[in-house]
Design a protein around this ligand. Sequence first.
Ligand code: NIG
Ligand code: FE
Length: 391
Amino acid sequence: MTATLVGGIGELVTNDPTLGDGSPLGLLRDTALVVERDRVAWVGPARAAPAADLQFDAGDRAVIPGFVDSHSHLVFAGDRAEEFAARMAGQPYEAGGIRTTVAATRAATDEQLTAQVARHVDEMRRQGTTTVEIKSGYGLTVVDEARALAVAHQFTEETTYLGAHVVAPEYADDPAAYVELVCGPMLEASAPYARWVDVFCERGAFDVDQARTVLQAGKAKGLIPRVHANQLGPGPGVQLASEMGAASADHCTFLDDADVTALADAGVVATLLPAVEFSTRSPYPDARRLLAAGATVALATDCNPGSGYSSSMPLCIALAVREMRMTPAEALWSATAGGAAALRRADIGRLSVGSRADFVVLDAPSYLHLAYRPGVPLVTAVWQAGRPAIG
Ligand code: NIG
Ligand code: FE
């Protein structure tokens, strides 16, 4: 079996608290790691590194786990740059904008949608993302939701059925019939390509009873719930996520004390999406309150053409530190191990023996530079499943 020694690691973030400095990041200095097949086979001091068939020199730079972007909406066509410009001139963000993208997505060919997802996944990889979750939700017909998931499934196992994104325009006068469609034939056609079921539980989208019905139907089909919750205002989404044993409640921008407690007690990951607050000029979620309550916090991009069209996990880290007062260490953990927790994955988001060999070499001496040097392309090499993908 071919072994590759990755040497010259000035600083290694393992996210294994039993390694290194004892912090959650499990920081090690002057380290090497050995990759065999798609896994990390050895981690330790550079001077003790075993012999290997191949060598890769990180050049005394920082190496971190690949980012786990646990929330994106990459299957879409068209863009909403005009809507963004109007928003920057004072218009509020509203859920209804989703329908503009639905029309463009339905009109696109399978090849166009596939090329679009490929382009964005590549854009993410170049910024250090090695795992991405992708949702449907811009088709809103049986055929269009199933094909969105079939396209997404070519790029990731982490696919999410979001037929309940908004009520399809054809059902504007009969939302109950749309919920029946989402829980019936649309779910039937989509489930083979999906691991997760999600619902936008918000004013202008689905109320709590509709959302519960959708999540229960998804669960009955073997899908695991996650929820778009408390994004545009206070509401029942987070409580529903806790009640349903969801893996994650996403956005969490408007929470009361009971919501915070519910997330921490139920072990539901709070996935914060600060690029959305940036792009909608909204208040940021209160990460410190969640962390103080003992909730697990993940950071993700939410990359979509409406509320936030950024594919950049480094941007999310910089915003989390600058605007949400997370420490650089908390933000990096949330963008890697936190995302893995939101996807209930133990094999990614960390770099210790047995982990998938997904890692990023930063052109920096320390991970601190991710927030310290915002907007700077620090990612110089990306390895995915034990192979060099970039650099
Ligand atoms: O996560 N909130 C619902 N869905 C997306 C926005 C989709 C859109 O505006 O097109 C979100 O922000
Ligand atoms: Fe989203």
